[in-house]
Write a protein that binds this ligand. Structure first.
Ligand code: MLT
Length: 392
């Protein structure tokens, strides 16, 4: 018997587990300190009333023999996939229900999608980046090429004709930098993917935070994207589902490689390894896309945006370089006084009792940078910024 030795090539623990462990130790040693968590992007506002009502109704249905449901539809309930088609049509993107697969979140989908691709593929991943893209490919032993995100390119790397790759990861608005590709920039990526017969895995988990109308919120707003891209969406940050769990993958009918529709492979994979998201959660997710649901979640997003503004105003006042915050819940800042990411992490925790995420955890190019999340409570964010002003 042998284990998957690729696991030996991973960092010892997942970034957010390492941080949680460090914070737990600090809290244990300093029980009198109030620690403010602006690290992992976990929402703090409760589910909106329209969602809660829908879930209550679904619970009642499940407790009644005449409305009880067992296994759900393979790709997720039609009512939710239709609601998503309606949502995308407002972005001028026409989808067919068959192209949408409901899941328990974008993180699982982004890891699981690799099942349908050969391990021989070369993967192109931006650095800095959400660590799941890297770790899941290391687990499979794929070759990874990194593309540099840095201050010079505003953390938005563009295709390089001299590099050939088969699978390309893009996240816009970006986690961790908050940078957002323009339509023109995404068009360059789509053209590159089509030329190279590559597939783009587009993570749109933060699309709801885009407020500049001219910026794209789906890769399918770009010409040719349906022939080369899979999009992953999530209700975690959009509607406070980090604990409730619901996301979706879109695999367009037009997307084929080697003459095989990728949609068929993903359907085969999901029907074999996944039994769907609970009816109750899917009813809650459907409510997100009703008029009331959309109004309520946009008020929650507005709340987080106020937090982001307060953080960026504070950084501006302190003369600290940053990006993000305007179209994203993440603020990506340069560590003051030339501190390394982990030095600044320890400094902030010890001197201001603030938890953030060290940029180095997102890749080599993240060294010297730091991520703050706007998902805390308004009171905590204000308190944290007061502490930051005092300590920096
Ligand atoms: C983050 O903080 O980067 C995210 O919350 C992680 C995730 O969505 O899994």
């Amino acid at each position: 018997m042998t284990i998957n030795s690729n696991y030996n090539n991973l960092n010892k623990s997942y970034l957010f587990s390492t941080i949680a462990k460090k914070v737990k130790e600090y809290a244990g040693a300093n029980p009198e300190k109030k620690i403010i968590r602006l690290g992992i992007g976990d929402v703090t506002l409760p589910l909106a009333p329209a969602i809660v009502d829908a879930m209550h109704r679904a619970v009642s249905e499940m407790g009644d023999a005449t409305t009880f449901r067992g296994y759900g539809d393979e790709q997720g309930y039609l009512f939710l996939r239709q609601a998503l088609c309606g949502y995308y049509s407002k972005k001028s993107v026409k989808l067919h229900e068959d192209e949408i697969f409901i899941s328990d979140g974008a993180k699982s989908d982004i890891g699981n999608i690799l099942d349908i691709f050969s391990k021989e593929n070369t993967v192109l991943i931006p650095d800095p980046v959400y660590p799941v893209y890297v770790d899941t490919n290391i687990m499979d032993g794929r070759d990874i090429i990194y593309m540099n995100g840095n201050e010079q390119n505003n953390f938005l790397p563009l295709p390089d004709k001299n590099i050939s790759a088969d699978i390309i990861y893009l996240c816009s608005p970006n986690n961790p930098t908050g940078a957002v590709y323009t339509k023109e920039q995404l068009q360059l990526w789509v053209d590159y993917a089509l030329e190279n017969d590559a597939v783009i895995l587009f993570d749109s988990a933060y699309e709801v935070f885009v407020q500049d109308k001219e910026l794209p919120t789906s890769i399918y707003q770009i010409n040719g994207a349906k022939e080369c891209a899979i999009e992953f969406g999530s209700l975690s940050k959009t509607a406070g589902f980090t604990g409730t769990r619901c996301g979706y993958a879109i695999v367009p009918q037009e997307l084929k490689r080697g003459g095989v529709p990728l949609r068929e492979l993903w359907l085969r994979r999901q029907t074999t390894k996944f039994n769907g998201v609970s009816y109750i959660v899917q009813r809650g997710a459907e409510a997100v896309f009703t008029e009331a649901g959309q109004q309520q979640i946009s008020s929650n997003i507005g709340y987080y945006k106020q937090n982001a503004k307060h953080i960026t105003d504070t950084l501006s006042a302190l003369g600290i370089w940053y990006t993000g915050g305007q179209n994203s819940p993440y603020i990506w800042l340069k560590c003051p006084d030339g501190m390394s990411s982990w030095e600044f992490f320890d400094y902030l925790l010890n001197n201001a009792n603030i938890v953030g995420t060290p940029g180095a955890g997102f890749g080599a190019n993240g060294e010297g940078f730091f991520r703050l999340s706007a998902f805390g409570s308004c009171e905590n964010v204000h308190e944290a910024m007061k502490m930051l002003k005092r300590s920096v």
